[in-house]
Ligand binder design. Structure first.
Ligand code: SIN
Length: 485
């Protein structure tokens, strides 16, 4: 078993967190969490299923009235304490994240700060849940709108941001007055369980936050069918999002879905190419290409293609791939062997259909490493045009006119993130309005932060996280009509 080298070993938690207690699976079973950089065992975690999930939902339901009855300022204080604890333990939380997920330590610590920012933000927003006085429908009536917590929320989170995707959901839910049952990805449960430990230290009452890991199908089945759960928030693939949506239909739960993407990154002929390279490198290779807002397709004007590709190859060759705990590493391993093989299939398909491969830096030995590379001569027939790659592969397509670029960008069922580079203000407005995406980066490759609404259109999902809109997903609107006036 790995030597975790944590300053506070109590942050490495391996049991389920139910009703404020660390709980073994009922039958005592566990599952292994391995380091994708070297395959070493990091921890054995309680393998929960339906029974433990039911218990967690009951705890959340029991804790709900008292949590909702707290003043927003009281809830904000707990969130603020959680934020402070996350930042005080940033090094250990980052280390746990790198060990189980693979991303470089600098990036992992950056994710802890990113995740903590949501907690800080919603601690502040908790105090800004306002009602409305409507216009009166008749002289003897008055209508007022109040907003109330949805109830118990189920939160299902992915392995690519095991900290930030969880806090981006827990923080607005708690701020709104909801209680939660969380199911983190089985590849990366330790980051989530460390957050449970910090929730405990922040004095968040038992039952308000519950975390169960293990049998995805059994836990998901209970979360999506149990009538006490009023809302489901999921981040993951469109395929699983559709399945969960179907499963929730029996009890008509409120849904927030942050699903897959197929981000275009357009470089117009007037773009500042150095700025565009900075943006594309950040957006393509962040987390080794494993984010749903990662650039999936680079669309470059044919007049600047050669100059752009030359710079892209130089920047890609300068990347360092290695164990995320080693100094100076830009890209860690992918999360699993399966993930690496999927990326290889994308490349094989593109090569078979005529793409030219420009291999980037070599990788250390290890089954999960994927070599960064650029594909030129890419065409629409290739899978890299229509499917999410989720790896360090940068396909380059060309276009001649603005209309063609916009049509290519929108030619997908996805609509999460998009990016483009141009110095022409009028073109910036036109293109930004024409792109069918929930988020657009204009001369910018990093668009995620707690102040901006994060979310997609089309098959990339529904709902928004972050910003003041993030609270809406956890609030119901109730209208009060006063008569006899
Ligand atoms: C994701 O990949 O699901 C989230 C990426 C981000 O928050 O920037």
């Amino acid at each position: 078993m790995t030597d975790h080298k944590l300053s506070d070993p109590a942050l490495l938690c391996t049991k389920a967190y139910i009703n404020g207690k660390w709980t073994d699976a009922a039958d005592g079973s566990t599952f292994n969490v391995d380091n994708p950089a070297n395959g070493e065992l990091i921890a054995e975690v309680a393998y929960c299923g339906e029974a433990e999930t039911k218990a967690a939902i009951e705890a959340a339901e029991a804790a709900r009235p008292a949590w909702a009855a707290k003043t927003p300022k009281e809830r904000a204080k707990h969130l603020r304490d959680l934020f402070n604890l996350m930042m005080a333990n940033q090094d250990d939380l980052g280390r746990i994240l790198t060990l189980e997920q693979g991303k470089p330590l600098v990036e992992a610590k950056g994710e802890i700060a990113y995740g903590a920012n949501y907690v800080e933000w919603f601690a502040e927003e908790a105090k800004r849940v306002y009602g409305e006085v409507m216009t009166q429908p008749s002289p003897d009536k008055r209508v007022v709108v109040i907003r109330q917590p949805v109830g118990v929320a189920a939160l299902i989170t992915p392995w690519n941001f095991p900290n930030a995707m969880l806090t981006r959901k827990i923080a607005p839910a708690l701020a709104a007055g909801c209680t939660v049952v969380c199911k983190p990805a089985s590849e990366t449960p330790l980051s989530a369980l460390a957050i449970a430990e910090l929730c405990d230290r922040a004095g968040i009452p038992p039952g308000v936050v519950n975390i169960v890991c293990g049998n995805t199908r059994a836990i998901g089945g209970e979360l999506t069918s149990n009538p006490s759960v009023k809302k489901l928030s999921f981040t993951g693939s469109t395929e699983v999002g559709k399945m969960l949506t179907e499963q929730c239909s029996g009890t008509l739960k409120r849904l927030s879905m942050e699903l897959g993407g197929n981000a275009p990154f357009i470089i117009f002929d007037d773009a500042d190419l150095d700025l565009a390279i900075k943006g594309v490198m950040a957006s393509k290779f962040r987390n080794a290409g494993q984010t749903c807002v990662c650039t999936n397709r680079i669309l470059v004007h044919e007049d600047v293609k050669d100059a752009f590709v030359e710079k892209l190859l130089a920047a890609t060759n300068a990347l360092k791939v290695g164990n995320g705990l080693d100094d100076g590493v830009d890209l860690g391993p992918l999360v699993s062997v399966k993930a690496r093989k999927t990326v290889e299939e994308f490349v094989a398909d593109a090569v078979e259909k005529g793409a030219k491969v420009h291999e980037g830096p070599s990788t250390p030995n290890g089954e999960c490493y994927s070599r960064p590379l650029v594909l030129t001569e890419a065409t629409r027939e290739m899978r890299v045009f229509s499917e999410e790659i989720f790896g360090p592969v940068a396909p380059v397509f060309t276009f001649k006119t603005d209309e063609e670029a916009i049509a290519m960008a929108n030619d997908t069922e996805f609509g999460l993130a998009s990016y483009f580079y141009s110095k022409d203000v009028a073109r910036c407005w036109r293109v930004a309005e024409a792109l069918e995406y929930g988020m657009v980066g204009i001369n910018e490759g990093i668009i995620s932060n707690e102040m901006a609404p994060f979310g997609g259109v089309k098959e990339s999902g529904q709902g928004r996280e972050g910003s003041h809109h993030g609270l809406d997903d956890y609030l119901e609107i109730k209208s009060l009509t006063f008569g006899g006036i």
